[in-house]
Design a protein around this ligand. Sequence first.
Ligand code: BGC
Length: 927
Amino acid sequence: MLTVRKLRMDDLDQPLGVEAVPRFSWAAESDRRNVRQKAYRLQIAKDRDFSDLLFDSGRVESDESAYVQADCGKTEPCTWYFVRVRVDDGTETSPWSGAASFLTGMTAGWKAGFITAEGDGDGFNSHGTYLRRSWQVKKPVRSAVVCATALGIYHLRLNGQEVGDREKMLPGWTSYRDHLCYQTWDVTDLVRPGENVLGAHVGAGWFKGMMCFVHERCIYGNRTALLAQLTLRYTDGSEETVCTDGEWWGCASPVTFSEIYDGERVDARLDQPGWDMPGLAMVRGEPETVGSTEKYRQPETLLSREQKEKDRAAAQAWQPEDTLWRPVKPVDFPLHVLEAQPGCRPMVHEEIPVKEVLTTPKGETVLDFGQNLTGYVRFRVKGKRGELAHLRCFETLDAEGNAYFDNLRGVLAEIRYICGGDGEQVWDEQFSFQGFRYALVAAWPGPVRPEDFTACAVYSDMPETGAFACSHPLLNRLQHNIGWSLRGNFLDIPTDCPQRDERMGWTGDAQIFCGTAAFLRGCKPFFTKWLRDIAVDQTREGGIPHMVPDIFRYRESSDWLVSQGTHSAAGWGDVAVILPWTLYRVYGDRSILEKQFESMKRWIDFMRGHAEDFLWSFRLQFGDWVALDAEEGSYFGATPLELTNTAYFAYVTELFTKACRVLNRLDLAEEYGALRKGIADKFRRMFLDESGVMKVQTQTAHILGLVFRLIPPEGIPGTVEGLCRLLEKENGHLVTGFMGTPAFCFALSENGRTREAYDLLLQEDFPSWLYQVKKGATTIWEHWDGLKPDGTMWSPDMNSFNHYAYGAVGEWMYRVAAGIGSDEDRPGYHRIRFAPQTDHRLSWVEARLETEYGSVASCWERKGNDVCLSVEVPVNCDAEILLEEGAKAAESDLLFASGPDGRLRASAGSGTWKVQYHLYRERGTAE
Ligand code: BGC
């Protein structure tokens, strides 16, 4: 039987707040093999029963089933629409799918304006404010939808209830002045007859709290503000809106300080129970007379470090004069930069109990949650009014087993809570997050009971799409750690780390990891949103900031690193091309290339403009960052910058040329194809010997030459030999950094050295992936020697235990060990390339990937030299199955024949297929 299992819209099950009709993707299932869609029929309706149809495609003869457009005309703002689809394969027609739905957002413009409850003197403070407005509901309500955002972080409340699910840190972090996301919720169930109150709790967040290792405050403005518009529709057909306007009241909340790095200070004695409920008798103060409308004002640039530290301390010590309610003030902020958030809102996910309460040798009480994560500790406390509960979050214990804060680089990462009453109180962090596994209980009223604490993991809501398991427990643990480093660093933007005074959108880290991320989670909306910021933050000349959102667009800095350059480094800026291309390859949505095309082109043109005879450079370059072949104490690896720059320049120009072809820009494809050739020739002249073999004696030089296809065929064997020699020289260990590491295993397995790739992956002593695992890591470390074999640590200046970059090896495990690959000509896994490469040290590997078309899976078992492989191809897809080198005598329902390289291959349609084969190794091994 043919059925439609899931129907999705713009990569989501249920988009909330779309501004245009989404594109539709569906996955069909059948118990028959070789099923392809011949036609579909899609309907969009205003009601769940599909009696009020807005659109009916009729039968459309097409095999398209991903990102299908439906021209249904204009939609109403703040309205639900329902969608269903049925398909046929020429033999059978499926029943209608279940109804999926989407909610439109502000498609008709805003009536609301930004308002603030902060005063003129609040510029450098980071306290919370409450805002509220009440109104009367006099008629029966049919629907109520609210759209909102903030300059800062906000939590919306309606009649005392939290609006939304488990969202945190909204509206997230974008280049606010050019791009600010708003969120949409259906709040019909929260509205009641009579008096209603819409309220918000607003804090500083990324908008005006201290950010980056340069400790700048008020980067985007100096007052927090709220924007909200509630659309009420009554059963009699009339409509009303409740907007942020002069009718609102605001006051100081009990959060006296809250920032991303230093954490939160709460004085619960200042709280006003029922502040967000009807019937509150507001105690009102005199309205502030100054500053009715305020444009964001820039503080002095280049403040001294001392001044910054003073400002930071003053913000922490801030106390309100009173908590009286005053009329809010309007804030001038452009509304045209607003965009509906494309899904993936940051939310609370796992809630992890205390694993153990430790007493350290120093006598500290420490909560161990057993997992390094990003989020906060929710707690229950029973103290007397005025008593302090104080927790400090941190990642690791030191060699003696005491709490270790040094690698936080002075970040307080704490919560200080002053009890408001004598009863039991619960605190749930409002505007901050920390990267931690442990929490030091610095002060606590009464006994420390593990059941009173919960670590809440906060990250962008992205469905888990990948699953990998194998017979090797340490590799499974490695995948677990990669998955947790993704969770820990995908909090609205892709960050480098979640614990120290960084947590920035470092472009290089995301570039390296995006291929792995796209196996683990449905991260397209997440990255699409960030790509928009890459484009808006791009310099006039086309340069790409090292960090996006780019705070240095607004600030100069005397910091040793960023004063050398704030944008355009090879491997970092290249995210502008590599990320859209990766998303296109994995999800098959060409609109991402269309959207980013100008940005991609401008980045390549930037490099071209700064190149002389194809060699380009620009101010600060990171090269093979934090490689172990760096000079003692340096972050910069040994591979020359000319080589890393040229290799990446050639690679992204090649990807851009492909993008030009996809978009049918053939003139440009030719122009950039020629550019790529020029760069590749230059690379050969500079770094290869006359027989085409890599001359530069670093692992990374060899790896980049091979994986970026810069070594001519005649030079490949020598270069591969060279790489293996360099590996042997290190006794089988890598000494690579950000550039070499992600591609190391690929460089080997793509060149007949799969066994060596496995050797590297399975290496257990320092430095290696499994070394970390054996050291008890629960996430991926920034440095191979974050924790050295002798128990000492890398310099606290820069030693994160939650950095996903080296987790990029995860992609190799899916693509090569499990063998799930995509085909660029039919992207999105419309055509799948299964090419698993087994190893005698693993007896089985199993991986699964949810794609737009359905579930793709590959699973093999190996006994001696006998392999049994099983693959799953979704309906409407087909596959090529390529057996590994040395595989002979395939037994299968499929027809295997040997290809030009001598390897056995077969084509398959949808369904589950099995093949058994025997391995005769060529390279004289006794497996
Ligand atoms: C970050 C990185 C980043 C690097 C570049 C570090 O501080 O944590 O991961 O890419 O700086 O310089």
